[in-house]
Design a protein around this ligand. Structure first.
Ligand code: 13P
Length: 142
């Protein structure tokens, strides 16, 4: 069972909901997290249980980032809006940076999300093994 997070900006929320509906059978075996509104939208349309954090602009990205920093997050689908500036852009950049620090797969568009979820469904690519192998030390990669 993996820890998976869903995050979508407003103009990407319909896309996210449709995607999660399509792969509900895959996600239902995992522990799910989300930012506030994204999770609400998904739960309204599926039977999935999701631990929801604050809305993104109020700190939800940072809360999910804290799980990434502790290496307690395995996979993030973050459908960003590439055509609209976000007031909390520093939080978004910080989350993506932490994913790179820890080697966490983060899909920022639907095609990447599709490829990762299909790999997850097949169970033939254990990226957790890679993440753990290259995990930085306590004081980073100095
Ligand atoms: O803003 C977000 C991510 O940066 C998403 O937050 P919501 O899911 O609360 O809309």
């Amino acid at each position: 069972m993996l820890n998976i997070a869903f995050i979508a900006h407003d103009r990407k929320k319909d896309e996210m909901v449709n995607f999660v509906i399509a792969y509900e059978h895959v996600f239902k075996g995992h522990k799910l997290y989300s930012t506030g509104t994204t999770g609400l939208r998904i739960m309204e349309s599926t039977s999935l249980q999701i631990t929801r954090f604050m809305s993104g602009p109020l700190g939800g990205d940072q809360q999910i980032g804290a799980l990434v920093a502790e290496n307690n997050m395995d996979f993030i689908i973050f459908l960003r809006d590439p055509l609209m500036a976000q007031p909390h852009e520093p939080d978004i950049s910080a989350l993506l940076r932490l994913c790179d620090v820890q080697g966490i797969p983060v899909a920022t568009n639907i095609a990447t999300a599709e490829i990762l979820v299909r790999a997850l469904d097949r169970g033939d690519f254990r990226w957790r093994d890679l993440v753990d192998k290259y995990k930085p030390g306590v004081d980073g990669d100095k």
